[in-house]
Write a protein that binds this ligand. Structure first.
Ligand code: KG4
Ligand code: ZN
Length: 490
């Protein structure tokens, strides 16, 4: 910040704070040797500023402000980490700041940069509000990890435990997979016909240490080589998420490494980029798994808008329930798609719920009920079930609705490509129908290979790399977010 910046700074200051600083304050600040003030500029326009006071090992963050129409674009975060790098160079180890306990926006911002709440100062502000005292984690590993991410040579250990897979992966530069280990619990759940949350958390607890050790070992690295630790923070089963998160927090605490929380659904979308590094937004993603079914607009990497989704069952869940009804075991998707390959998709006219509605939502429970009623009728009337035809006809109904809604989303959002992700993306009929329908629109389809479609930690590492570059971290007081909606902050 130079003297000449002060008018621009004052305009933002006055619009941001009830008790703004004056020109004299800023001139005085700029004259002090223990202060660093920086401005953020877009084109010719000053869009933000911030300052830090270096007091030996501690750097006190005085202020960060961003012009109203540029908030939420990462300007504040860039200022924060630029100031942190300067403070580090001046000999500081950590950064500290106070924020009004009522200022939820600021609190969320600093937490999402990895600050922990260390204490409370009652009635600290003239308004009578309490101040919360926030501490950063040690600055050095965070700043060096962000630099390594910028040069695409960062080494991330990622952990995934949101459902019934315990997974760990080591990834360099967001795309070079050095190892990927997935321990599936599916055998323990299959006899119950679905994932049992209690069993899932117990199995994660048993597996996590071995899975991480194996991922590090087969990558040929140790904790000392890593730049960051990433973990799925949500959405998922709470008892399953906390196992991965607790392990990751422990490792981040002991090593001092930055901790990154990844949204599991964002991970599924990033899986496509691992094989297709040139994949560029605007994208539409169709996420179809055992727990989720949704259409997401991705205007740029890291930004998401959920366009629509299932009103009841997830696509994978529908496959699993129909398979259970037919006595085919769990998970149902793979068996049904195998049977369907030998069946007639037009044999039974199952309904296509919501096919023609204007929205981008789908509903699958009516279809499931129609299959149940059909099977009951056939059994009642003593006819042998034609499993291949039932599977093919059911799969055709699911596929037709998903394809129609995806096309609608592509047209509405002028997507340049579509990403198909989640476990149900392994379904050959869905892949092929979607590919053909999109080809007619001139839009390519990106589908990750099978082992990247189902839950794994490499997709979490890929998403974590971008979070690392942007300085989006978790504090060690972070909680699992079982209902984390894509597109809302951690
Ligand atoms: O993404 P995923 O591994 O776990 C969740 O996050 O849910 O997805 C698992 C789901 C299961 O419901 C499984 O039946 C389904 O994906 N699935 C399939 C196929 N392979 C797996 N569904 C349809 N066709 C398949 N070939
Ligand atoms: Zn998943």
């Amino acid at each position: 910040m130079l003297d000449a910046d002060i008018p621009g700074v004052l305009a933002i200051e006055q619009a941001s704070f009830p008790d703004p600083w004056t020109e004299g304050h800023f001139l005085d600040e700029l004259g002090r040797s223990d202060r660093t003030w920086k401005v953020a500029v877009e084109g010719e326009r000053l869009v933000g500023y911030g300052g830090v006071m270096v007091v030996e090992a501690e750097a006190h963050l005085m202020d960060i402000a961003v012009v109203a129409d540029m908030r939420g674009h990462g300007v504040g975060r860039t200022l924060l980490w630029d100031l942190a790098a300067d403070a580090l160079a001046a000999g500081s180890v950590r950064m500290t700041l106070e924020v009004a306990a009522t200022n939820k926006t600021a609190l969320r911002f600093y937490r999402s940069a990895g600050f922990d709440v260390a204490g409370r100062r009652p009635a600290y502000y003239p308004s009578g509000d309490d101040a919360l005292l926030l501490w950063s984690r040690p600055l050095a590993p965070h700043v060096s990890a962000m630099r390594a991410a910028d040069e695409r040579r960062d080494l991330i250990l990622a952990i995934e435990s949101s459902c019934d897979e315990t997974a760990a992966s080591v990834m360099r530069g967001g795309s070079e997979e050095l190892s990927s280990v997935v321990a599936s619990q599916v055998d323990f759940h299959s006899r119950f016909g679905g994932v049992v949350p209690e069993i899932a958390s117990r199995k994660h607890t048993e597996a996590i240490v071995g899975v991480v050790d194996q991922a590090l070992e087969s990558a040929g690295v140790t904790f000392a080589d890593l730049d960051a630790i990433a973990v799925t923070a949500g959405p998922g089963l709470v008892g399953a998420l906390v196992v991965g998160l607790a392990y990751a927090k422990g490792a981040a605490c002991v090593t001092g490494l930055p901790l990154i929380g990844v949204n599991h659904l964002e991970g599924h979308i990033y899986a496509a980029r691992l094989l297709d590094p040139d994949l560029e937004p605007p994208l539409v993603a169709l996420l179809v798994s055992g727990g989720h079914t949704m259409l997401v607009s991705v205007p740029e990497w890291g930004r998401y808008e959920v366009l629509g989704g299932t009103l009841d069952d997830a696509a994978g869940e529908a496959f699993d329930k129909v398979a259970k009804l037919l006595g085919l075991g769990y998970p149902g998707g793979p068996v049904i798609s195998r049977l369907a390959a030998e069946g007639d998709p037009q044999a039974i006219p199952f309904p296509r719920p919501m096919l023609r509605t204007d929205d981008l939502d789908v509903s699958l429970s009516g279809l499931k009920t129609a299959v149940i009623q059909y099977v009951e009728r056939e059994r009642r009337e003593g006819r042998e079930l034609r499993l291949n035809d039932i599977a093919a006809s059911f799969q055709a109904a699911v596929t037709e609705v998903q394809v129609a809604k995806t096309l609608k989303a592509v047209r509405a959002h002028a997507a340049s490509a579509v990403v198909l992700a989640g476990g149900v993306a392994a379904n050959p009929a869905l892949r092929e129908s979607l590919r053909v329908a999109l080809a007619a629109e001139g839009v390519p389809l990106s589908v990750p290979p099978f082992d990247l479609c189902t839950d794994n930690a490499s997709m979490i590492a890929a998403a974590a790399h971008d979070a690392l570059r942007a300085g989006r971290f978790l504090g060690l007081d972070a909680d699992a977010i079982p209902g984390w909606r894509l597109g809302s902050g951690a």
